[in-house]
Write a protein that binds this ligand. Structure first.
Ligand code: GDP
Ligand code: MG
Length: 238
């Protein structure tokens, strides 16, 4: 049996917004009856068909890394961040602050990613000073090469749906899903929400392939570069 490759997705957002409820529905196609407090990080998985229906279709494990949103754990969180291939940003539609706070999450993972790159792929903790609350929210959009999707939860508790302005998803140029995490129909197969999620998983898989290729190139050079191909691969080179 061939090994199934895995792609790691971070699930980020403040405590109580519905991260664990969303992940359970996305991974198991059924609502979570009694969510409990997430301590540290919990991981759930689902199988996903990359490029379903096309000739290069391939099965992947999508790992959801549901990171506890508690402020007191923030120094420990970067342990879970590397490597990752996409991020699901969850906010609660009844709590505007939870959407504003998504900027902090985007910033936290982007800074961590950059620090790691700068330090030559050695895990490096985020400098706490960089994660203060006083950053300029408008000027910081984050690393948009990371695939993102935004999930707005508790749609069932919102009255003024029409007046809502979509901030985070438009800043990041990504899709957004508004839903009730306790209702299976919001992620049912064939719905536009399911299509958005599937597209997001595909992008994360592509990010994974790219980062594998980049780290190979960093260590061994580009395998198809003209220099390597003539020097090392040409059978009649003298
Ligand atoms: N009404 C409603 N409640 C929700 C929704 N999503 C989550 N909840 C509830 O919000 C609470 C916190 O959810 P949880 O998944 O533990 O949030 P987390 O801390 O972000 O993981 C729980 O009581 C959930 O049942 C939703 O879409 N609608
Ligand atoms: Mg949780």
């Amino acid at each position: 049996m061939s090994v199934i490759d895995r792609v790691r997705i971070l699930v980020l957002g403040d405590s109580g917004v519905g991260k664990t409820s969303f992940v359970h529905l996305a991974a198991h196609n059924e609502p979570l009856r009694s969510p409990s407090w997430t301590v540290g990080c919990s991981v759930d998985v689902k199988l996903h068909e990359y490029k379903e229906g096309m000739k290069d279709q391939k099965t992947f494990f999508v790992e959801f890394w549901d990171i506890g949103g508690s402020h007191s754990h923030r120094n420990a969180r970067p342990v879970f961040y590397n490597p990752f291939h996409g991020a699901i940003l969850v906010h609660d539609l009844t709590n505007r602050k939870s959407e504003k706070n998504l900027h902090k999450w985007v910033r936290e993972i982007s800074v961590n990613r950059r620090e790691r790159k700068d330090s030559n792929s050695v895990a490096n903790p985020v400098m706490p000073a960089l994660l203060g609350d006083d950053f300029d929210q408008e000027s910081f959009i984050g690393n948009t090469s990371i695939p993102y999707i935004v999930i707005g939860t508790k749609l069932d508790q919102v009255d003024d749906r029409k007046t809502r302005i979509e901030h985070m998803a438009s800043h990041l140029g990504c899709d957004e899903i508004l839903m009730d995490c306790r209702q299976t129909r919001y992620l049912a197969a064939g719905t536009s929400n399911a299509v958005k999620l599937s597209r997001f998983y595909d992008k994360a898989i592509e990010m994974r392939s790219k980062s594998h290729k980049d780290s190979f190139t960093e260590r061994f050079g580009d395998p198809i570069s003209p220099i390597l191909s003539t020097k090392f691969y040409s059978p009649h080179q003298d």
